[in-house]
Unconditional design. Structure first.
Length: 169
């Protein structure tokens, strides 16, 4: 199935896709580019900048982009039947594009500003009684300078990431 035909299919579950990263640090912002491409293929308006929110319009999946994961997201996550997290990686996981189901697990971090998707799920379960099944799609980043453009190598992997997300949907 061609991804350009996505808008012809109805998403039957209440799904949330959360992209996170720093759009101003090249490949760290790949999730924003992936969500933008997905919005286009779903026939939704795309956002011109990070300051704009993705238009939800009452349709699933809801697309959300954030700079980083925060405890406040637990309330939103708990409202969905399933969640997909999209991020960049620096080679610490296998493959150019890695997709894996997530477990509900509180994970300590040496950084106070770092919250993992697994911890977001644990917070949703603990605070709101629901941690939906979740998937992490992670795309290999190569350049993390001060720019909003992606490296060519990371750009090439957007289509692969979109295929993983669509199969999940």
């Amino acid at each position: 199935m061609r991804l350009s035909c996505l808008r012809n299919y109805e998403i039957l579950t209440n799904s949330l896709i959360i992209g996170f990263g720093n759009l101003d640090r090249q490949d760290d912002g790949v999730a924003w580019h992936i969500l933008s491409a997905l919005a286009r293929r779903l026939g939704r308006p795309t956002m011109a900048s990070i300051e704009d929110e993705f238009e939800f319009g009452g349709h699933s999946p809801e697309l959300l982009f954030v700079l980083q994961l925060t405890p406040e997201l637990a309330e939103k996550i708990a409202q969905y039947d399933r969640v997909c997290f999209v991020d960049a990686h620096t080679g610490n996981v296998p493959g150019e594009v890695h997709a894996a189901p997530l477990t509900i697990e509180f994970q300590n971090s040496p950084f106070t500003h770092h919250l993992t998707p697994e911890t977001c799920l644990a917070l949703a379960q603990t605070l709101y009684g629901n941690a939906p099944p979740a998937l992490l799609v992670s795309v290999r980043g190569y350049e993390f300078g001060f720019s909003r453009s992606l490296s060519a190598r990371t750009q090439e992997n957007i289509e692969v990431a979109l295929k993983y997300i669509w199969e999940w949907l």
